[in-house]
Write a protein that binds this ligand. Structure first.
Ligand code: NAD
Ligand code: ZN
Length: 362
């Protein structure tokens, strides 16, 4: 049995004085969220209790806020939501020897089963029975969160707290971007949402030649320019064929990072890839999506689906890239107190924002 699984014997419960905390809760099966007083989580022998300091709002949280069909099917009510966070270790279970009170940590948002073939082989990011923090189990939009010790990432000294709080989506971006070798390649990123923009920072850092990012939203394209892409292109105004001409490219993009979930963006990408081009696909289409399979076959394209991030190789790579000069802080556009969460969700709905951070410190 993996250390993080609940033990069949009754776990030791660490009793703490304060038992009520503030949390941002999906309280009812309806649109919206509310701040409520709920019991602080208790920890078992293999768990870590974390005082949450900052959280990031993810597109997933917006789906939960809006209570769309996916959320209705997926989210148990009532439950504290949220999975992007940084916090300070508050207490540890009796089996936990390598995390200590006061350490700055984030949590991997996928709690894996530990028993399936992939988990047993050490490929935990491919777990067949993964549980999502703030999706299938209590989330991080709260003063405290408890997680199995195997889900904890200790931050290196000097990582900015706001940046640390978005290691989860940064991890989506980095895992997608590092799916294929980037040295010397021409890279197309479709979708300049927060994750697309963070993904666009990686190819330059990895010595790619060109990084082109597309979106339909000018504010987001402007944000993308701040992280240093070759071109940020409004695909409703400029075609990728024109972009290729402008950059004196002749054979198409070598690497595609699909970050929009939009069928037109994906079809456009497929049509503009070089022979043998490789596509990593993170964007989630809302419906069935048809593509021209002839292009995939005759242009010999590879398409790889991406979910989450690697435990914990992606976390390591994020850390060392930040330490060697990668900057993602321009993608953070809103820093709010958690009690102003409505403002944060409104900004997310408007689509003009980058990452929205909620502060839980006081
Ligand atoms: P987002 O919705 O903020 O960004 C998507 C962007 O794509 C938006 O800026 C939108 O304007 C743009 N877009 C729409 N149509 C376009 C088109 N035709 N051409 C170019 N751009 C277009 O999302 P995000 O938070 O940055 O996440 C990116 C994607 O990744 C989303 O689809 C999200 O659901 C998905 N996601 C997947 C995983 C995973 O593990 N697979 C994890 C997190 C997010
Ligand atoms: Zn598993």
């Amino acid at each position: 049995m993996y250390a993080h699984q609940s033990s069949p014997v009754k776990p030791t419960i660490v009793v703490r004085k304060t038992t009520i905390m503030k949390a941002l809760v999906k309280a009812q099966a309806a649109r919206g969220l509310s701040i409520q007083d709920i019991p602080e989580p208790t920890i078992g022998i293999n768990d870590v209790l974390i005082r949450v300091l900052r959280t990031g709002i993810c597109g997933t949280d917006l789906h939960i806020y809006n209570w769309d069909d996916w959320a209705k099917r997926t989210i148990p009510v009532p439950m504290a939501i949220g999975h992007e966070f940084v916090g300070r270790v508050e207490a540890t279970g009796s089996n936990v020897t390598d995390f200590h009170k006061g350490e700055i940590v984030s949590g991997e948002g996928h709690v894996v089963c530990g028993r399936c073939r992939n988990c047993m082989a050490g490929r935990r990011h491919l777990c067949a029975h993964t549980q999502g923090v703030g999706v299938n189990r209590a989330g991080a939009f709260a003063e405290y969160i408890a997680l199995p010790m195997t889900n904890i990432w200790r931050h290196a000294p000097g990582i900015d707290l706001d940046v640390a709080s978005i290691f989860d989506p940064f991890g989506n971006a980095v895992h997608t971007a590092l799916s294929f070798p980037l040295l010397g390649e021409d890279v197309l990123v479709t979708g300049a949402g927060p994750i697309g923009i963070m993904a666009a920072t990686v190819p330059r850092h990895s010595a790619a030649r060109y990084v082109v990012i597309t979106d339909l939203n000018e504010e987001r394209l402007e944000l993308a320019r701040k992280v240093g892409v070759t071109l940020a292109v409004n695909s409703s105004k400029t075609s990728l064929a024109e972009v290729q001409q402008q950059l004196n490219m002749h054979e198409g993009f070598d690497i595609g990072l699909e970050m929009s979930g939009n069928p037109n963006a994906f079809r456009d990408m497929i049509a503009n890839m070089a022979h043998g081009g490789r596509i990593a696909m993170l964007g989630i289409p809302t419906n069935d999506m048809s593509i021209d399979w002839n292009k995939v076959i005759f242009n010999m394209l590879t398409i790889k689906g991406i979910y989450g991030r690697e435990m914990y190789e992606t976390w390591y790579k994020m850390t060392v890239m930040l330490q060697s000069g990668l900057r993602i802080d321009p993608v953070i556009t809103h820093r709010l107190h958690y009690t102003d969460f409505e403002q944060g969700f409104a900004a997310m709905s408007g689509g003009g924002c980058g990452k929205v951070i909620l502060n839980w410190e006081s």
